[in-house]
Design a protein around this ligand. Structure first.
Ligand code: TYD
Length: 130
Protein backbone atom coordinates (compact mmCIF):
# COMPACT_ATOMS: atom_id res chain seq x y z
CA UNK A 1 0.00 0.00 0.00
CA UNK A 2 1.23 3.50 -0.83
CA UNK A 3 0.88 6.49 1.49
CA UNK A 4 -2.46 8.12 0.80
CA UNK A 5 -4.96 10.67 2.02
CA UNK A 6 -8.22 9.33 3.42
CA UNK A 7 -11.30 11.54 3.60
CA UNK A 8 -13.44 10.87 6.69
CA UNK A 9 -17.10 11.68 6.80
CA UNK A 10 -17.99 15.02 8.40
CA UNK A 11 -21.08 14.23 10.47
CA UNK A 12 -23.03 17.40 11.26
CA UNK A 13 -23.68 20.78 9.75
CA UNK A 14 -21.78 24.01 9.33
CA UNK A 15 -23.95 25.70 11.99
CA UNK A 16 -23.45 22.88 14.56
CA UNK A 17 -19.92 21.75 13.84
CA UNK A 18 -18.83 18.24 12.93
CA UNK A 19 -17.75 14.84 14.22
CA UNK A 20 -15.46 12.56 12.25
CA UNK A 21 -14.91 8.96 13.30
CA UNK A 22 -12.03 6.54 12.77
CA UNK A 23 -13.13 3.05 13.72
CA UNK A 24 -11.08 -0.14 13.47
CA UNK A 25 -12.35 -2.52 10.76
CA UNK A 26 -14.75 0.13 9.41
CA UNK A 27 -12.37 2.74 8.06
CA UNK A 28 -9.00 1.74 9.56
CA UNK A 29 -7.28 -1.43 8.41
CA UNK A 30 -4.96 -1.93 11.41
CA UNK A 31 -5.51 -2.39 15.14
CA UNK A 32 -4.67 0.81 17.03
CA UNK A 33 -2.17 0.10 19.82
CA UNK A 34 -1.17 3.69 20.59
CA UNK A 35 -2.34 7.25 20.13
CA UNK A 36 -0.04 10.24 20.43
CA UNK A 37 -0.19 13.90 19.56
CA UNK A 38 2.36 16.61 18.98
CA UNK A 39 1.83 20.35 19.38
CA UNK A 40 3.60 23.73 19.79
CA UNK A 41 6.17 22.97 17.09
CA UNK A 42 7.51 26.30 15.71
CA UNK A 43 7.36 26.75 11.88
CA UNK A 44 11.13 26.70 11.47
CA UNK A 45 11.50 23.27 13.08
CA UNK A 46 11.53 20.15 10.94
CA UNK A 47 10.44 17.01 12.75
CA UNK A 48 10.54 13.38 11.69
CA UNK A 49 13.80 12.53 9.93
CA UNK A 50 13.27 8.85 10.47
CA UNK A 51 11.48 5.82 8.98
CA UNK A 52 9.72 2.92 10.66
CA UNK A 53 10.32 -0.77 9.99
CA UNK A 54 6.89 -2.05 10.95
CA UNK A 55 4.73 0.81 12.21
CA UNK A 56 1.60 1.85 10.32
CA UNK A 57 0.20 5.29 11.07
CA UNK A 58 -2.91 7.27 10.37
CA UNK A 59 -2.21 10.92 11.00
CA UNK A 60 -4.53 13.91 11.32
CA UNK A 61 -3.98 17.64 11.61
CA UNK A 62 -6.76 18.20 14.12
CA UNK A 63 -5.75 21.86 14.04
CA UNK A 64 -3.53 23.91 11.74
CA UNK A 65 -1.55 22.76 8.73
CA UNK A 66 1.09 20.05 8.46
CA UNK A 67 3.31 19.35 5.44
CA UNK A 68 4.81 15.91 4.91
CA UNK A 69 7.61 14.86 2.61
CA UNK A 70 7.75 11.08 2.35
CA UNK A 71 10.33 8.99 0.55
CA UNK A 72 10.72 5.26 0.09
CA UNK A 73 14.11 3.54 -0.01
CA UNK A 74 14.04 3.58 -3.85
CA UNK A 75 13.84 7.37 -3.81
CA UNK A 76 10.12 7.63 -4.71
CA UNK A 77 8.83 10.85 -3.16
CA UNK A 78 5.35 11.83 -2.05
CA UNK A 79 4.25 15.22 -0.70
CA UNK A 80 1.08 15.67 1.33
CA UNK A 81 -0.50 18.57 3.18
CA UNK A 82 -3.00 18.06 5.97
CA UNK A 83 -5.06 21.20 6.55
CA UNK A 84 -8.53 19.90 7.47
CA UNK A 85 -9.48 17.79 10.49
CA UNK A 86 -11.49 15.24 8.47
CA UNK A 87 -8.54 14.23 6.27
CA UNK A 88 -6.14 11.50 7.42
CA UNK A 89 -2.75 10.54 6.00
CA UNK A 90 -2.00 6.84 6.01
CA UNK A 91 1.74 6.11 6.17
CA UNK A 92 2.79 2.47 5.71
CA UNK A 93 6.12 1.18 7.07
CA UNK A 94 9.28 2.06 5.17
CA UNK A 95 8.90 5.80 4.52
CA UNK A 96 11.46 8.41 5.50
CA UNK A 97 9.50 11.46 6.59
CA UNK A 98 10.20 15.11 7.21
CA UNK A 99 7.39 17.15 8.67
CA UNK A 100 6.76 20.91 9.01
CA UNK A 101 4.03 22.48 11.09
CA UNK A 102 2.11 25.72 11.25
CA UNK A 103 2.59 27.21 14.74
CA UNK A 104 -0.94 26.18 15.77
CA UNK A 105 -0.82 22.64 14.36
CA UNK A 106 -1.80 19.64 16.44
CA UNK A 107 -0.81 16.31 14.92
CA UNK A 108 -2.80 13.29 16.09
CA UNK A 109 -1.38 9.88 15.26
CA UNK A 110 -3.17 6.55 15.47
CA UNK A 111 -0.42 3.93 15.49
CA UNK A 112 -0.43 0.18 14.90
CA UNK A 113 2.29 -0.62 17.47
CA UNK A 114 3.43 0.36 20.91
CA UNK A 115 6.41 2.71 21.07
CA UNK A 116 9.60 0.83 20.26
CA UNK A 117 12.85 2.65 19.52
CA UNK A 118 14.05 -0.50 17.67
CA UNK A 119 11.34 0.11 15.08
CA UNK A 120 12.99 3.41 14.08
CA UNK A 121 15.58 3.93 11.34
CA UNK A 122 17.11 7.27 12.26
CA UNK A 123 20.09 7.28 9.90
CA UNK A 124 19.21 8.24 6.31
CA UNK A 125 22.04 6.17 4.78
CA UNK A 126 20.95 3.11 6.78
CA UNK A 127 17.44 3.73 5.46
CA UNK A 128 18.63 3.82 1.83
CA UNK A 129 20.58 0.57 2.36
CA UNK A 130 17.57 -1.14 3.90
P1 TYD B 1 10.03 11.02 17.44
O1 TYD B 1 9.11 9.92 16.97
O2 TYD B 1 11.48 10.93 17.10
O3 TYD B 1 9.45 12.44 17.01
P2 TYD B 1 9.14 13.29 15.72
O4 TYD B 1 9.08 12.42 14.52
O5 TYD B 1 7.82 13.90 16.04
O6 TYD B 1 10.19 14.33 15.58
O7 TYD B 1 9.85 11.17 19.02
C1 TYD B 1 10.37 12.27 19.72
C2 TYD B 1 10.74 11.80 21.10
O8 TYD B 1 9.58 11.33 21.80
C3 TYD B 1 11.74 10.63 21.09
O9 TYD B 1 12.66 10.88 22.14
C4 TYD B 1 10.92 9.43 21.42
C5 TYD B 1 9.76 9.98 22.23
N1 TYD B 1 8.51 9.22 21.99
C6 TYD B 1 8.00 8.40 22.99
O10 TYD B 1 8.57 8.28 24.09
N2 TYD B 1 6.85 7.70 22.76
C7 TYD B 1 6.17 7.80 21.58
O11 TYD B 1 5.10 7.16 21.39
C8 TYD B 1 6.72 8.65 20.54
C9 TYD B 1 6.04 8.82 19.21
C10 TYD B 1 7.89 9.35 20.80
Amino acid sequence: MLPNLIKFEKIGFSHTGYISVAEVSKNIDFEIKRVYWTYFTPNHIERGNHAHKKLEQLIFAVNGKIDFNLEDSNGNKHKFTLDAPHIGLYIPPGYWRTIRFSHNAVLLCLASEAYDENDYIRDYNDFLDN
